[in-house]
Design a protein around this ligand. Sequence first.
Ligand code: CU
Length: 374
Amino acid sequence: MLKSARLRGLFLFAMSFLTAGAPIALAAGDAKAEETNWTSWSFMPENINFSYGQKTDYLYFVIMVIVAIMFFATEGCLLYFMWKYRRREGHKATYTHGNNTIEVAWTLAPALVLIWLALYQRDTWSQIKMDLPAEKDALVVQVYPQQFQWDFRYGGKDGKFATKDDVYTPQLFVPVSEKVVLKMTSKDVIHSFFVPYLRVKQDIVPGMLTRVWFTADRIPLWDLKKQEMVFVTAADFDTKRVGNAKDFAWKEEVLGTSGRKKLSYEAKERKAGPAKGQKVCELYFQGEVQKDVPCEQAEYVLHRVEIACAELCGLGHTTMRAMLQILPKKRYDEVMAKAERLAEEEAPPAGTAKWGKIWDKFHADYNTPMGAGH
Ligand SMILES: [Cu+2]
């Protein structure tokens, strides 16, 4: 195929640059990988998991650079050869059986890149998947999905699972910047716990315990003026006037024929109570809760991020979603205290019997705390 020796040399040089040059160049920048915001480079949603999210983004970036070089090199060759060997008067086509040297080179080059990547990402992989925090140092939540819903269970007041004071929720509540360990198994088919903002995606298999850990280091809020989501720190949260999502309605408006959606929150009107017909809200400001204030005073609404099932678990796939609520520690404690009080007073919600019937019966060992590691 490549008749001239110079061309062949050029091609081999490009290939060896890919195998050695690119990884070395990238590894040189590795020292700064931790501080750099790779999100903007890798076209990803904002990363709010500072425990390892930035490392995931950096790996994505490294792989994207390698693939981009490969893409432009091969497509460049394709275009060049199309032009160089185009049909011309007086030029005869040559019949070729191929070139073994080049074939070995372009098989070996990607193989070496893959081997290098496998070695290079080992530390990140073990931090995410192997070195889980000890459960006594983390908030442990059990996750028990089924077609097509998510269910979560907290230990309740005694912190122990499979006891009477367990708290059952259809949403996941976590305090900001705290280590969270999820212990998960499935009731029916394989599901997958996927939260892009946390850089977390973990399959959940029936009859098997999978654990995943993360920290959620930013609180999602909805900016009412700009009608868009923002992420704030716990300290920033206290400086903002934040409304409770239950006082607001979530609206979706489809824009023209493009199918793009415009999302917004709007204050709800009260149907009953002292402020009937009026728009009054609950407001958090500087760590305090104010009740029945006019909704116009709210600048933000407590927002949530989506938990999706990334497994194609049936026709109703898109309906399998839950919400993750990330709260300042004080708010989280209030919400949990209320849930714990309700759990003591009331019978567990309908549909939670499956925990006792399957989870506690067959996987009683999942309920005991585990140490660090996997
Ligand atoms: Cu699913």
